[in-house]
Write a protein that binds this ligand. Structure first.
Ligand code: AMP
Ligand code: TRP
Length: 340
């Protein structure tokens, strides 16, 4: 299938569970903001239906949806340029997910590493939604015929599954209807690691707050977390290769690169031979300089939940106008009777 027959369109999503982290910012949000205004339609979604695949307190979910919306806007996502909305307000996502549940194979789902990590030894007890999650994610993307999906490294396998679902649908129904979507995983910080354990991803839900930087952390907290971040005793090397086998050191260099819009090579060139006593305070200052204006703006926006809700409503109307016709064409292809 010629992918070029589809107009380029960007879609991505983020769960409103827990606060936003530096991993979300560097791996996703900052890059979403940079993709705007380049002549390609950008659609960004707060995926509340994904969040409830694990238990969410209703009030926390409600507040979290507004908080993430505020975080996206404060980070430069402009609701006048991009379509910004929450997933549950556009029911076409859930409807197309059902069709995809009938296209995707159980064997494909069994290979999803995120499910295996999240379910662990408890696989019999987790929700059916957590297992089916990648089919809903494929629906999120394909209900807009999105061609490009900017995400962190951890989502690569889900975007590849989205391609498999599109290809099987097109093949089974003998159509050229869904595009084969490309993951866009670029930049120095597509996998930001835990500050206390360089083998684990920085996540919203890790046990200790010291292992992550939250976008709402104040300057003192950010400085303290970087100061206490695990490292090795060696100073920074003079080439990137010198960081091999030093995951915690590599992570801090990558974070510095992501925050300063430089390559990791350029950071190493500036700090070759520096000890942590010099590098960590510089990193903390940089992080505060980048994050403080965003968290101030986020707090300001959160004071007016009514306005955030209006933005989500407007975005949902615009999203619906694209998604509904694509869903209806899908129903026609599948052979469902639509007589009203
Ligand atoms: P989530 O918070 O799981 O909904 O993730 C939203 C987006 O942030 C996805 O594109 C993830 O790949 C990205 N993301 C989450 N954590 C990290 C991380 N530690 N490093 C890089 N990207 C991340
Ligand atoms: N699964 C993604 C995550 O955990 C969130 C997500 C849901 C998403 N639907 C999406 C990302 C569609 C990109 C496109 O981070």
């Amino acid at each position: 299938m010629a992918e070029s027959t589809f107009t380029p369109r960007v879609f991505s999503g983020i769960k409103p569970s827990g606060g936003l982290t530096l991993g979300n910012y560097l791996g996703a949000i900052k890059r979403w903001a940079e993709m705007q205004g380049k002549g390609i339609e950008t659609i960004y979604c707060v995926v509340d239906l994904h969040a409830i695949t694990v238990w969410q307190d209703p009030q926390d979910l409600h507040n979290g949806t507004r908080e993430v919306t505020a975080g996206l806007i404060a980070s430069g996502i402009d609701p006048a340029t991009s379509i910004l909305f929450n997933q549950s307000q556009v029911s076409a996502h859930a409807e197309l997910a059902w069709i995809f549940n009938c296209v995707a194979r159980v064997g494909w789902m069994n290979r999803m590493t995120q499910f295996k990590d999240k379910a662990g030894k408890n696989a019999e007890k987790v929700s059916l939604g957590l297992y089916a999650y990648p089919a809903l994610m494929a629906a999120d993307i394909l209900v807009y015929h999105a061609t490009h999906v900017p995400v962190g490294e951890d989502q690569k396998q889900h975007v590849e599954l989205t391609r498999d679902i599109a290809a099987k649908f097109n093949h089974d129904y003998k159509v050229d209807f869904f595009p084969l979507t490309n993951p866009v995983i670029e930049g120095p910080a597509t996998r930001v690691m835990n500050l206390r354990d360089g083998s684990k991803k920085m996540s919203k839900s890790g046990e200790s707050d010291m292992e992550r930087i939250n976008m709402l952390d104040d300057a003192d907290t950010i400085a303290r977390k970087f100061k206490k971040a695990r490292t090795d005793p060696e100073p920074l090397p003079d080439t990137l290769e010198g960081l091999a086998g030093r995951p915690e050191a590599r992570n801090l260099v990558d974070i510095y690169a992501g925050l300063s819009d430089q390559t990791p090579e350029a950071v190493i060139a500036d700090y070759a031979g520096a000890g942590w006593g010099r590098f960590k305070p510089a990193l903390a200052d940089l992080a505060v300089a980048r994050l403080a204006p965003i968290s101030d703006e986020m707090k300001r926006l959160m004071e007016d939940p009514g306005e955030l809700d209006r933005i989500l409503a407007t975005g949902a109307d615009k999203a619906e106008a694209i998604a509904r016709p694509i869903l209806e064409q899908t129903y026609d292809i599948v052979g469902l009777v639509r007589s009203r």
